[in-house]
Each structure stands twice: as structure tokens, then as C-alpha cells.
Design a protein around this ligand. Structure first.
Ligand code: GDP
Length: 492
């Protein structure tokens, strides 16, 4: 029985194992070069080289005085590519000798003044010197420095992804989460879960070895013990899975639509919500006649706020007589904005009775996250009892209720509470891996309950283990790796 299991296990692993990417991959013999600073002019621009010939090539591009030492910056002159008797810039060169570098290979960084002409001349020079000397030197692909760091085992996949997240962070909180993850927070959180999984796998495999061997008197593992083991692996994994929503919100943000009848105060509330953050968040200019979109950060979460002025009726009720085509077009856009919204804010003028149209609007959003807002409470003269149950009273004029509204928005989005639990899931890829790991554990638990052979349980547990491994990149197929690193910018 044991050997049949091993046979199946081997067959499965042969088919899907991506572990061969290191072997036969000649890329490590190549030295890569790129401008690592953003395109355009700047105070400083950096050319980075990584690979076996990085130092040799770099020394042909600049003229220095002293000996090159690991990690020590030295002043150099950048040689004129057409006249090596001349220098065209002053720069600082730092060499990180293998394996004590970001990529694990020798890395040289030349920080010159940020002139695109000089930086490009250095990159071209590096390629030409490579050709002249018959060395393998080429331009780096997107994210290739980080990919090399990953392949060299300097970073795991969650850390490599965090490098990308840090660079593209829009809010300080996003940066904080990315930094945590870059430091290995998620990997550290996963480690004990993997341990728990391995424990139950080892237990079952040991039991099977005995069962198939000569030690007949050794007891097989009891179903209760298996169930316990699976539970021990499953619970922390479920808690981890639950962190995805907040991680995703931090990363991707959310869209919030403000709808309600004309003059309810949508635009005023919209501006109120924006005013505090406007100064620190880049505004996306409004684009259409009827919807205006702006970004703001609330509790560290980037939100797109959509003012759907002009939206008067719920979906499917646009063909009402009297609405001209242009307006219909605008309203269709509002409907789109509404359809895309993660949260709908229904704005009602608290001084007026609820209209039939508003009632229909409320019905149309009943099944999705929404907040009922009674605006203009400053005009109510303290008659707050008129507020509908569950509604939030606000005044775009006095600012009353705005803090409550902000808190309610975060709560509705599932983002309330402490920020950024350490080691949360931030990407869809990570979430899918955890979902697959949980599915494997679920199947294993079901197989155990149905008293199926231990081979079956073990295969499910291995599926789960592989999913966890793919999270950190231990067993991630090449095409997925390529996809991840291709989203990086060149030079990172
Ligand atoms: P929209 O058509 O829903 O975007 O409504 P606006 O934001 O343009 O507001 C319509 C009118 O109501 C404007 O004159 C606002 O100054 C006024 N308004 C909006 N919110 C409040 C509020 O909370 N209190 C008072 N007193 N007036 C408000």
C-alpha cells in the first residue's frame, strides 16, 4: 500500500514540480545592467549591474582612485564613451561583492548626476564592453534584479512581491505593510502552519511504512488523532485567509459611490470627505459630465470616491420618459459607477420626506454594502429623532457626523480594527494559494471522516503543502514566476 502511495505522489510531483528552474538556466552566467532610477532628469541617477562580470565592466565605465572594497562608496569619474581620456560626470560607485549583495551576485551601483544622457551612455558602454570582450552582458528585464535575489534564495516570493508593493505604495500604511512583508512577516507566519501540516504528514507516512513493512504490531494512527492534526493546521490557516480582505483593501483600495436625489448634498459631502486628505493624495481629475472621481486615503486605505450626481433612478429604470439622451448617457455612466462600487452611500436630505424614487434606490442596493446618510442635520434643530434607524446623521456644512461616517465606511468595507496585522495576505495569488491549502485540508478531513485509506488523506495533505510552498515560492512554476516579476519596473 505504501509503495502505491509513493508511486502516485511521485507521479503528481513530477508533473507539476517547478523546482527545475535553477538547473539549466544559463541566465546566471549573464551580467545584467539597467538604469535603476525612474526615467527622466533627476538629482541622482543610478546604473546598476549584477552578475559575474559586474565589477569588471563597471571599472571600464569609470575612473577611480582607490581599490574597490565591498560596500564602500568611492568617488569616480564617468568616462566619455567616445574619448576615454575624458570624464563626463562625477559619480559615486559602490560594489557589493558576491554573495553579500541584493542579488547574491556581485552588484555594482554607479550613482551619477541624473542626466539621462550620461546614464544611457553608461548602459550602452556596458553592453559594448561586453561585446568587445566576448562577455555575456545584457539589459536587465523588468524586476530581474529582484528575480535573481529570489532565485539565489535571498528573498522568498512573498518578500519579492513586497518589494514591488513597496515601490507602488500610495499610502504610508501600504508602505508599512510592504516593509513588514519584505522583512518576511508573512513567511514567518506561515512557517508554523507548514510545521503543523508536516507533523500530520510525517505521522501518517510513518504509520504507512510500518503497515507495509514487517512491523505488524505497530498501531495505525487513529482517526481522531488525524482529525486533531488536520485541525491544528487548519485553524491558523483560516485566520490567515481572513486577513486577505484588509490586505487587499490596503493594496487595491475600494470604490465608493455617493448617490441620492439632486440637492441632497452629495457634492458637498464628497468635498467634505476629501478636504482633509486632498493635500496628501494625488487627485484624479473628474472626467464625465455626471460622475466625478477622486482618491483619498481613509485609515490608510486608498478610496476612490465617485460622486454620481445625476443618478436619479435605480438600474433598469432609465427609460423613463423625459430623460434626454445625453442625460441618459450620463446616468448610464452613473449606473456603471454604481455597479463597480464596493460601497454605496445613499444620501438623503434629512429635512425632506423620503421620496418614492429614493425608496426604489434603497431597494436596489439592499443586497449590497451600503450606508444610509441623512444629511443637513444642522437644519433639523436638534430633531435627530427623525433620523431613520441605522442612518448616519451628517452635516456637510458644520462637519458634524463626518468622523462617524468615516468610521462607518471603514467598517462597512471590512477594514475596521487594528491596521495591518503582521503577515497578512496582500495579493490574489497569495490568497489563492491559501484557499488551495485550505481546500486540501478540507478534503483530507473529509477523507478521514469517510475512513478512506491513508494514502488518500496523504495526497490531500500534500496538495495542501504544495499550495503553502507555492506561497513562499518554494515550488512555484516558472510561468507564474515570470508573471510576477514582469510587473516590476526595469532596474528593480
Ligand atoms: P447634490 O446635488 O446632491 O450634489 O447637492 P449639493 O452638494 O450640491 O448641495 C445642494 C445644496 O445643499 C447646496 O446649496 C449646499 O450648500 C446645501 N447643503 C449640502 N449639504 C448641506 C448640509 O449638510 N447642511 C446645509 N444646511 N446645507 C447643505
Amino acid at each position: 500500500m505504501g509503495s502505491a502511495y509513493l508511486y502516485i505522489k511521485e507521479a503528481i510531483f513530477k508533473r507539476t514540480d517547478g523546482g527545475g528552474r535553477m538547473a539549466g538556466d544559463g541566465s546566471m552566467t549573464e551580467t545584467i545592467v539597467a538604469i535603476s532610477t525612474p526615467p527622466g532628469r533627476g538629482g541622482i541617477g543610478i546604473v546598476r549591474l549584477s552578475g559575474p562580470e559586474a565589477l569588471r565592466i563597471a571599472e571600464l565605465l569609470v575612473r577611480g582612485r582607490g581599490e574597490v572594497e565591498h560596500g564602500r562608496a568611492q568617488r569616480v569619474g564617468v568616462l566619455d564613451p567616445e574619448d576615454s581620456g575624458r570624464t563626463i560626470d562625477e559619480a559615486v560607485m559602490t560594489a557589493f561583492l558576491a554573495p553579500r549583495s541584493y542579488t547574491g551576485e556581485t552588484v555594482v551601483e554607479i550613482a551619477a548626476h541624473g542626466s539621462p544622457v550620461v546614464l544611457e551612455a553608461m548602459v550602452r558602454g556596458a553592453l559594448e564592453q561586453g561585446t568587445r570582450l566576448g562577455l555575456e552582458v545584457r539589459l536587465a528585464g523588468p524586476g530581474e534584479f529582484t528575480q535573481r535575489a529570489f532565485l539565489a534564495g535571498r528573498l522568498d516570493l512573498t518578500q519579492a512581491e513586497a518589494v514591488h508593493d513597496l515601490i507602488s505604495a500610495q499610502t504610508l500604511d501600504q508602505a508599512r505593510v510592504a516593509a513588514q512583508q519584505m522583512g518576511g512577516a508573512l513567511s514567518r507566519r506561515i512557517a508554523p502552519m507548514k510545521e503543523a501540516l508536516l507533523r500530520i504528514i510525517t505521522l501518517l507516512e510513518a504509520g504507512m511504512d510500518f503497515a507495509s513493512g514487517e512491523l505488524d504490531d505497530v498501531e495505525v494512527v487513529a482517526p481522531e488523532e488525524i482529525a486533531e492534526g488536520i485541525k491544528a493546521a487548519r485553524e491558523p490557516l483560516e485566520r490567515l485567509a481572513a486577513t486577505f480582505r484588509r490586505g487587499q483593501l490596503l493594496r487595491d483600495g475600494a470604490a465608493i459611490a455617493l448617490i441620492g436625489p439632486p440637492n441632497a448634498g452629495k457634492s458637498s459631502l464628497f468635498n467634505r470627505l476629501l478636504e482633509r486628505e486632498r493635500a496628501i493624495v494625488t487627485a484624479m481629475p473628474g472626467t464625465t459630465r455626471d460622475t466625478v472621481e477622486e482618491s483619498l486615503a481613509l485609515g490608510g486605505i486608498p478610496l476612490r470616491l465617485i460622486d454620481t450626481a445625476g443618478l436619479r433612478a435605480a438600474a433598469g429604470e432609465l427609460e423613463t420618459a423625459g430623460i434626454d439622451l445625453a442625460e441618459q448617457h450620463g446616468m448610464a455612466r452613473s449606473q456603471e459607477a454604481l455597479a463597480d462600487a464596493d460601497l454605496v452611500l445613499l444620501i438623503h436630505d434629512a429635512t425632506l420626506a423620503v421620496t418614492e424614487e429614493e425608496r426604489r434606490l434603497r431597494e436596489s442596493v439592499a443586497g449590497r454594502p451600503h450606508l444610509l446618510i441623512q444629511n443637513k442635520i444642522d437644519l433639523l434643530d436638534g430633531r435627530l429623532d427623525e433620523l431613520a434607524a441605522g442612518a448616519i446623521g451628517t452635516s456637510a456644512v458644520s462637519g458634524e457626523g463626518l468622523e462617524e461616517l468615516r468610521a462607518a465606511i471603514l467598517e462597512q468595507l471590512g477594514a475596521a480594527g487594528s491596521l495591518a496585522e503582521t503577515g497578512s495576505l496582500n495579493t490574489l495569488r497569495q490568497q489563492e494559494a491559501v484557499t488551495a491549502a485550505l481546500a486540501g485540508l478540507g478534503a483530507a478531513a473529509a477523507a478521514n471522516k469517510a475512513a478512506l485509506p491513508h494514502e488518500v488523506i496523504l495526497l490531500d495533505l500534500h496538495t495542501s503543502l504544495r499550495a503553502l510552498d507555492s506561497l513562499t515560492g518554494t515550488t512555484t512554476p516558472d510561468d507564474i514566476l515570470a508573471r510576477i516579476f514582469s510587473t516590476f519596473c526595469i532596474g528593480k
